[in-house]
Design a protein around this ligand. Structure first.
Ligand code: AMP
Length: 514
């Protein structure tokens, strides 16, 4: 039975968002677990936030979260973000990456699932950061207890406004990853924008396969659902062979994913026609990387349901534009119309351009970050007349549908996972035989782009692409390790004499890795 959703409750805090739902309705569920209700979730978030405050945590303090995907990851995020600032981290990071992120965040503590053998523990110890173990209750999905060992008194070096709820690192263009602060108002606005674009209701159930350390999972699947009083099934992550079994077990009304996941699901759809017929989806959503019109058509055909492509970015708490559900239009190849923030096209001089003109996509709105943390240079470059530059290039048609035509920023988009090339360069330069290193994106038919690297060796030094890759994998999470390494005498320069990563694969004659 779906309960009454209180549309009229003004949602200005995470707790208000939970209170707007019917207390008896299911909020979170998980594989092999019974659902927890909104009432249970609200009580858990209130109690956990209270426990953190009692241990000395103050608004503005930063707590990192290292958890496997699942319902407790979702509920821990809400609890920490209610009390202070939550910084979810990718559990696949190596120790050095954790040390960098924990130090960069100025984390007061790190919450890790109890029993999880994560290098984050050693990294926290080395930095003198408190580790808080999270013990799942194991009964209803999402419920847990926090084992707080000592008073958390470590002061953050950074000053953060008390209304910030989350920090995420975004892949920088010419520098190290930047910290994106998102306020509670940003997150709530984003959840609401997505819930409205998809017309979500308490009757909806999202099958979440996206990681909960990425904005797509956090806002695209999770907060959008809670904002509408609906349910989220928190799976352990995307596991292609399990997808249809989960669909059959949970009967979701929708899911959201990146195109490479849709491709993997599509390749199994023929063998799962009965599940698709038995468990019809209301729609499928795609975001975070370009969706090929042919894949969109094949998915719509296989599932008999609309595929809605949206355009998201961490700095916008995810959604900026979206195609619409029928009877409104969706245009294959377009990322849709502004869906929450204002979206415009700007030229290099800061003037807004009309339909058809190509320029940089810029955004402004209540879901958009106020600016990167402690990074005036990045903010100077990112904002123009109050608009945030996305680093994406595009044009709008005369109905307001946005088409992305290229990328001005240097980040590598590997199937939706964003990688900062500078971070790869820095690791490769640590190799004793490497004199110069430049990481870049290589076009890939399945993932859109994969990581490549060109290196120049020191005089007399020897290394092979394989030993370089092995070295990189000691210091970088697997998805960042260059798949293709070329050893050159000199790195080719662009027309201005500078190394240009964009288009480097083409200049080196590398069409794809395969
Ligand atoms: P992230 O901050 O990880 O969400 O990455 C944001 C970037 O992903 C955007 O600036 C775009 O470059 C890219 N992106 C997001 N959605 C799409 C889409 N539908 N089509 C093409 N690129 C996308």
């Amino acid at each position: 039975m779906v309960g009454q959703y209180k549309e009229n409750i003004s949602q200005t805090s995470i707790l208000d968002m939970l209170r707007a739902a019917n207390g008896e309705s299911p909020a979170l569920s998980g594989v092999g677990r019974c659902a927890c209700t909104y009432r249970d979730l609200l009580r858990l978030v209130e109690l956990s936030a209270e426990k953190l405050r009692a241990a000395g945590v103050k608004p503005g303090n930063r707590i990192a979260l290292v958890m496997p995907n699942g319902p407790e990851n979702a509920s821990a995020f809400l609890s920490i973000a209610s009390a202070c600032v939550c910084a979810p981290l990718n559990p696949a990071y190596r120790r050095e990456e954790f040390e960098f992120y924990l130090a960069d965040l100025g984390a007061s503590a790190v919450v890790i699932e109890s029993g999880m053998d994560s290098p984050a523990r050693d990294a926290a110890r080395a930095l003198g950061i408190v580790t808080i173990d999270l013990l799942p209750s194991g009964v209803a999905a999402g419920l847990f207890d926090l084992a707080i060992p000592v008073e958390i008194t470590r002061k953050s070096d950074h000053s953060v406004d008390a209304d910030v709820a989350m920090l995420l690192h975004t892949s920088g263009t010419t520098s190290k990853p930047k910290i994106v602060p998102l306020t509670r108002a940003n997150l709530l606005a984003s959840g609401r924008n997505i819930h409205r674009a998809l017309r979500l209701s308490p009757a909806d159930r999202c099958l979440n396969v996206m990681p909960l350390f990425h904005i797509h999972g956090i806002c695209g699947a999770f907060l959008s659902s809670l904002s509408a009083g609906g349910e989220v099934v928190c799976t352990p992550g995307f596991v292609a062979p399990s997808f249809f079994a989960w669909m059959d077990a949970f009967s979701p009304t929708w899911y959201t994913a990146v195109p490479t996941m849709h491709q993997a699901i599509l390749s199994r759809s023929g063998a799962n026609r009965e599940v698709i017929a038995r468990r019809p989806l209301r729609f499928i959503r795609s975001s975070s990387a370009a969706l090929a019109p042919s894949l969109m058509a094949a998915m719509e055909n296989a599932f008999g349901t609309p595929v809605i492509e949206s355009y998201g970015m961490t700095e916008a708490a995810h959604q900026m534009a979206s195609n619409e559900l029928p009877p409104s239009k969706r245009k294959p190849g377009s990322v849709g119309r502004a869906a929450g923030p204002r979206v415009a096209i700007m030229n290099g001089q800061g003037a807004l351009l009309g339909p058809g003109a190509i320029g940089e996509v810029v955004i402004r709105g209540d879901n958009v970050t106020r600016g990167y943390a402690s990074n005036p240079a990045a903010n100077e470059a990112a904002f123009c007349n109050g608009w945030l530059r996305t680093g994406d290039q595009g044009r709008m048609d005369d109905e307001g549908f946005l088409y992305l035509t290229g990328r001005l920023k240097e980040l590598i988009n590997r199937g939706g996972e964003k990688i900062s090339p500078r971070e790869i360069d820095e690791v490769l330069l640590e190799h004793p035989a490497v004199a110069q290193a430049v990481a870049f994106g290589i076009p890939d038919p399945a993932l859109g782009e994969v990581v490549g690297a060109a290196i120049v060796l020191k005089g007399g030094a020897a290394a092979t692409p394989r030993t370089i890759r092995e070295f990189a994998s000691l210091h970088l999470a697997d998805f960042k390790v260059p798949q293709h390494v070329v050893v050159l005498d000199e790195i080719p320069k662009g027309p201005t004499g500078k190394i240009q990563r964009i288009g480097l694969a083409q200049r080196l004659g590398i069409e794809s890795v395969a």
